[in-house]
Design a protein around this ligand. Structure first.
Ligand code: NDP
Ligand code: 2IT
Length: 451
């Protein structure tokens, strides 16, 4: 398809050097929507593809702050406001040394289609900084967040752009960011989601992404008439917000999640990971996973430097269901081959784009049920939207109400992508199903609003 190829060529050229992940994300989407583009010429007539791959605007700013030794530190701050056809710009903030405009464009682009799939009124955006919260004192994190918000506040608003958390940004960071926003504007406005409860945060937002991932896997297994998760061995990567609540919900359902990982290594605990200990290690003490062994001597800890060549830790452990929940491109071709050889039945993406294109193809070819991130991890942003509703109406919803609405949302998304894949002749390809369904809604809104 010429238009798709032309757009990809142009994008590669104009983003040369920095944007591997952005190009990867766009390529996957454009290649999977061709059944829709071919069946309805209006998308070409309105140049939707060309328009969708360029962010509405990218904001970059300097963040200077004083460390605990009174030395001036400088970081880059970003917000990529990608598309607001369906609602205010919406998406997380990532604080990690690897952050650059390319990574944020990949995440912002994915967010447009993910948010569209939820059926809720949200556009797509992403932001963050190359600031590394690891090893920083609370005061340093606070000073950084204050300085970051001094700039960011100019561009956000509860009906304009509503950031939230992502890697390196949890309740602590959102609290400092929101405190600063209030000081600058005097406005108690729902301008961030994932806020601490006493600032108007929604109950269940911390759990939402991980719980949603497991609800989604459960629905997909049912729709495909496969065995449920109860009693099954599961592997999970990561040990942050998404991973921990994925593990917790798996345990609620009677599954046995036996692994977790961080950037230094992974834990394999045959009896099932102790999620309360994990919360203590990661949320409260912010330590390396290695200390898990102090409590559970029979668990195994493997350091990254001891991983076999071209493999990424936990994927060599046999399992029924795998949940990559750490970061992009963490499950590669060899990992996929190991999973297949060990009889995996379902891979559900908790992180954004954790599976490389080659790994995805192998899994799909071998008949593994593959649940893509845009659909599977949309529970986090869906509950962010519920937080926006609660803030706008000055209401508080109960944990049970939010949980039920989250379950409904995940069910709707699973049905939507299964049906869409069928309708467009790509049955069981849920990457295509999710991309077509997400794209169609945004594209139709873009056509309706004119240029
Ligand atoms: P956290 O910061 O809470 O946790 C991230 C986890 O991934 C940590 O265990 C971290 O290890 C590990 N990790 C991060 N970067 C790397 C890396 N380059 N190599 C190896 N391990 C790494 O983030 P979240 O749990 O919030 O996010 C995890 C994933 O889920 C991301 O892809 C994010 O975009 C996605 N996501 C998050 C949502 C949310 O609501 N928070 C919603 C939807 C998707 P270490 O501690 O050693 O750095
Ligand atoms: O990738 C994601 O969906 C998130 N980091 C959550 C975004 C949000 O606005 O809640």
């Amino acid at each position: 398809m010429n238009m798709i190829q032309d757009t990809l060529e142009h994008l590669k050229f104009s983003n040369c050097g920095t944007d591997g992940t952005f190009f990867q994300a766009v390529k996957e989407v454009l290649e999977s929507i061709s059944p829709l583009i071919e069946s309805d010429k209006k998308y070409q007539e309105h140049s939707i593809i060309k328009r969708l791959v360029v962010p509405d605007r990218q904001i970059q700013f300097k963040v200077s702050w004083l460390d605990d030794n009174n030395q001036i530190q400088v970081n880059n701050g970003y917000r990529v406001q990608f598309n607001n056809a369906l609602g205010p710009y919406k998406g997380g903030l990532r604080f990690h040394p690897s952050v650059n405009s390319g990574i944020l464009k990949f995440l912002g682009f994915e967010q447009i289609l993910k948010n569209s799939l939820t059926g809720l009124p949200m556009g797509g955006a992403k932001g963050g900084s190359d600031f590394d919260p690891k090893g920083k004192s609370d005061t340093e994190v606070m000073k950084f967040c204050r300085s970051f918000m001094m700039e960011l506040h100019k561009y956000i608003g509860s009906r304009i752009d509503v950031p939230a958390g992502d890697i390196g940004v949890g309740a602590r960071e959102i609290g400092y960011l929101y405190g600063t926003y209030k000081q600058i504007t005097s406005s108690y406005d729902g301008v961030l989601t994932g806020k601490p409860f006493f600032f108007g945060g929604s109950l269940m937002r911390p759990e939402a992404t991980g719980y949603g991932v497991v609800y989604f896997a459960k629905e997909m297994l049912e729709l495909e008439h496969k065995k449920s998760l109860a009693g099954q061995i599961c592997t999970v990567s990561g040990s942050g917000n998404v991973a921990i609540y994925t593990i917790e919900k798996l345990k609620h359902l009677g599954a046995i999640p036996v692994t977790c990982s961080d950037s230094k290594g992974y834990i394999y605990d045959k009896r099932g990971v102790d999620v309360e200990l994990l919360k203590e290690i990661k949320f409260e003490k912010r330590l390396s996973l290695e200390v898990y062994l102090e409590t559970y001597k029979s668990a195994v800890y493997v350091k990254v430097e001891d991983y076999e060549e071209d493999t990424h830790g936990v994927w060599s452990i046999p399992c029924y269901a795998a949940f990559p929940c750490a970061t992009q491109n963490e499950l590669t071709l060899n990992d996929a081959k190991n999973l297949v050889a060990n009889g995996v039945e379902i891979v559900t993406e908790g992180a954004n784009m954790p599976t490389t294109p080659e790994a995805t193809l192998i899994l799909q070819k071998e008949g593994v049920l593959f649940a893509p991130a845009k659909a599977a991890n949309a529970g986090g942003v869906a509950v962010s939207s519920f937080e926006m509703s609660q803030n706008a109406s000055m209401q508080r919803w109960s944990f049970e109400k939010v949980d039920l609405k989250l379950q409904e949302t995940m069910k709707q998304i699973s049905k939507k992508i299964v049906l869409t894949a069928k309708d467009y002749g790509v049955e069981r390809n849920y990457v295509h199903g999710a991309n077509i369904a997400g794209f169609k809604k945004v594209a139709d809104a873009m056509i309706a609003e004119g240029i």
